[in-house]
Design a protein around this ligand. Structure first.
Ligand code: LLP
Length: 431
């Protein structure tokens, strides 16, 4: 049986026998807005950001929030107001940044499959740069920029062939992955880029994976990237900025995970020492953190619908499901699940599952809980890659979201209605 505990360093804590987020009772929010409900702590987001800012103090560094982790407009607004840029991977994400008041000049555009229309729009609004992921993309970007009479600013994403030691689906910097340009092809690709009139080389980029809990892979990737910078500059091409991507893990309080990720400022002290030692400490740096800025700032509130004790398994059926919380089904990911009002008495062992018609629809297995139907639970560490990956599978409406700031709670997204879900669909004509 897995014990249910709270992660450290968040603004989510028990007080007077119930769970609070900052100065707000979570049960009040569940009552007011219904469940499933995502609730985020602004203070937790800003303190996660502050760890990076401390790490970079005195350096030229731009933090570009990888918004795929959580792209809700009000979340983007918090980071835009705190001075962040954004790492985007689609035209849709670009429009979200602009709608949230983000600065186009602080946007970097990553991804292996940018369309011409997406490139055009990004050039029109004047983003900082494109992270180009293939030689074919380089040619297309050149054409699109020339058609607008512009030169597109770009970095080349290199694949350093380093094992980030994380789940294979979220490992991106190995030779067999679809991402980036192979180490051996990098110099030739830079030379091609500088020969094209619609392109302006500004940087180099790498991103090796996500939920990384060790420093070693980062240091290895950094060495490989710096070797390339040296070779590229020796060939007469200037690299203004170095982008080390995102990927720092968070503490999910997972009993099976041995090592905890280092705090962002501790990691960056190590990385900056390596940069200094190799003479690149004063270069403009960019990073693209996603999960580590929002993951532990969010909880998903859910109600226990039914208890279904059985011979082999006890099932606790909740009103949140894999469409709201896809990470367990997709990556066998672990999230703590805690009661909003803990009960006295014996704990028993439950598989916490959703109403979706698939056995893959589980949220937590073998959890020690004392629950009754009607109880409220919080699924923890759900600020990243939950709402942004949610779907309407089983024609379930996507959850509502609330952002808490001190004692104030702001509804930042309404729950989907069935009409929202059917919008845009067209019946066949009667004849
Ligand atoms: N930069 C690039 C180019 C990326 O592809 C990603 C994430 C990031 C930055 C941000 O990485 P982070 O700091 O969040 O680790 N859905 C998966 C995670 C997918 C990550 C995709 N790329 C999950 O729920 O674990």
């Amino acid at each position: 049986m897995i014990k249910q505990t709270l992660p450290d360093q968040t603004h989510i804590a028990y007080q007077d026998g119930e769970l609070w987020i900052e100065d707000v009772r979570l049960s009040d929010l569940a009552r007011q807005h219904g469940t499933p409900l995502f609730v985020y702590s602004k203070a937790t987001m800003l303190s996660a950001l502050a760890a990076y800012q401390r790490g970079f103090s005195g350096r030229k560094a731009q933090i570009c929030y990888a918004m795929k982790a959580n792209s809700s407009l009000a979340v983007l607004q918090v980071f835009a107001q705190a001075g962040c840029g954004f790492d985007i991977v689609s035209g849709g994400e670009l429009e979200r940044v602009l709608a949230a008041g983000g600065d186009a000049k602080k946007i970097i555009f990553s991804g292996v499959g940018k369309t011409r229309a997406e490139m055009r729009r990004a050039l029109e609004v004047g983003i900082h740069c494109f992270n180009v992921e293939s030689e074919a993309e380089l040619e297309v970007l050149n054409e699109v920029a020339l058609s607008l009479g512009q030169r597109a600013r770009l970095s080349i994403r290199v694949n350093p062939n380093v094992d980030p030691k994380t789940h294979p689906y979220i490992s991106t910097g190995l030779k067999g992955n679809k991402f980036g340009i192979a180490h051996e092809r990098t110099l030739a690709t830079y030379q091609r880029a500088t020969s094209l009139p619609g392109l302006h080389v500004v940087g180099i980029d790498c991103h090796i994976g996500s939920q990384i809990t060790q420093q070693g892979p980062y240091l290895d990737a950094m060495d490989r990237v710096l070797d390339l910078v040296q070779a590229i500059e020796a060939a007469g091409i200037t690299i203004e900025h170095i982008d080390f991507g995102g990927g720092l893990g968070i503490d999910y309080n997972n009993p099976d995970e041995a090592g905890l990720p280092p705090p962002a400022d501790v990691l960056w002290a190590q990385l900056l020492a390596r940069l200094d030692a190799r003479g690149y400490g004063q270069r403009q740096l960019m990073i693209e953190p996603g999960r580590s800025l929002v993951g532990n700032a969010g909880v998903c509130l859910t109600e226990v619908l039914y208890l279904k004790p059985g011979e082999q398994k006890n099932f606790c059926i909740i009103d949140a499901a894999m469409n709201d919380l896809p990470r367990p089904a997709m990556y066998q990911a672990f999230h703590q699940i805690v009661p909003l009002h803990p009960r006295e008495g014996a704990l028993s062992c439950w598989d916490v599952v959703g109403p979706v018609c698939e056995s893959g629809d589980w949220i937590g297995r073998d959890r020690a809980l004392n629950v009754h139907s009607g109880d409220l639970l919080a699924v923890l560490s759900t600020g990243a890659y939950c709402m942004s990956m949610s779907s309407n599978y089983n024609t379930r409406g996507r959850a509502a979201e609330v952002l808490v700031n001190g004692s104030q709670a702001h509804l930042i997204r309404q729950r989907d209605t069935v009409a929202d879900q059917m919008r845009g669909e067209i019946l066949l004509s009667a004849a």
